[in-house]
Ligand binder design. Structure first.
Ligand code: CA
Length: 220
């Protein structure tokens, strides 16, 4: 799941990026409002973590412009302001949730996962498909009750497919949601990763849809 992290405090941004990456997200970090606006409008994202006090363009204006443009990405606002009126303006601008600084890193992770789950129509942290159970909290996969260990890229890919169960996802979608922006697009990394996951699952749940991409489904 690709997350845009907008935070101008470098130290905080680095800590958040590390924690989010460890939690299985693909992170695109930017430090000012103008760049955030550009990335949000030009790259596919699953969620945004948005600081409000930013150079160039403040967080509320960024959010308002996205929403005016019909951009529905779930947004978690980071706010140093404890005043209710500030939280209210964040919600009025289109925020889905907020955390007040200083916050526990884990709280950001938990709230972000909940936002992404809800935005893709899932209400429970455990995603399932036939014999697969993927617990998005502790990144644990079981197949027929047996634990299967995944690398971080394997987890990201499977999590993306399971959030979009029964739908065809293109190779471009997969690439953009699973890999960092600077990854090498010309290589056959997706094929290699897909082959590895299929072997690990041991059950034919990932179907190749010729010319279109892949579909994770219990139905053949
Ligand atoms: Ca700030």
């Amino acid at each position: 799941m690709k997350v845009l992290l907008v935070e101008d405090d470098r130290a905080l941004s680095e800590r958040l990026e590390r924690v989010l990456t460890e939690a299985g997200f693909t992170v695109h970090a930017v430090t000012d409002g103008k760049e955030a606006l550009y990335v949000g409008e030009n790259f596919p994202l699953d969620a945004v973590v948005l600081d409000l006090g930013l150079p160039e363009l403040d967080g509320l204006s960024v959010l308002e412009q996205w929403r005016r443009g019909g951009h529905k990405v779930p947004v978690l606002v980071l706010t140093a302001r404890a005043r209710w009126s500030d939280k209210l303006s964040a919600f009025n601008a289109g925020a889905d949730d907020y955390v007040t600084k200083p916050f526990e890193m884990d709280e950001v992770v938990v709230r972000l996962r909940a936002l992404i789950r809800r935005s893709t129509g899932h209400v429970h942290p455990e995603l399932e498909c036939g014999p697969l159970r993927l617990d998005t909290h502790d990144q644990r996969l079981t197949v027929n009750g047996e634990t299967v260990l995944l690398t971080s890229h394997e987890f990201r890919l499977l999590s993306y497919l399971m959030h979009h169960r029964d739908r065809v996802v293109s190779r471009t979608d997969i690439f953009e949601h699973v890999y960092d922006a600077d990854a090498d697009r010309d290589s056959n990394v997706i094929d290699v990763l897909m082959a590895r996951i299929r072997r690990k699952l041991g059950v034919p749940l990932i179907h190749t849809v010729r010319g279109a991409g892949y579909r994770l489904s219990w139905e053949p």
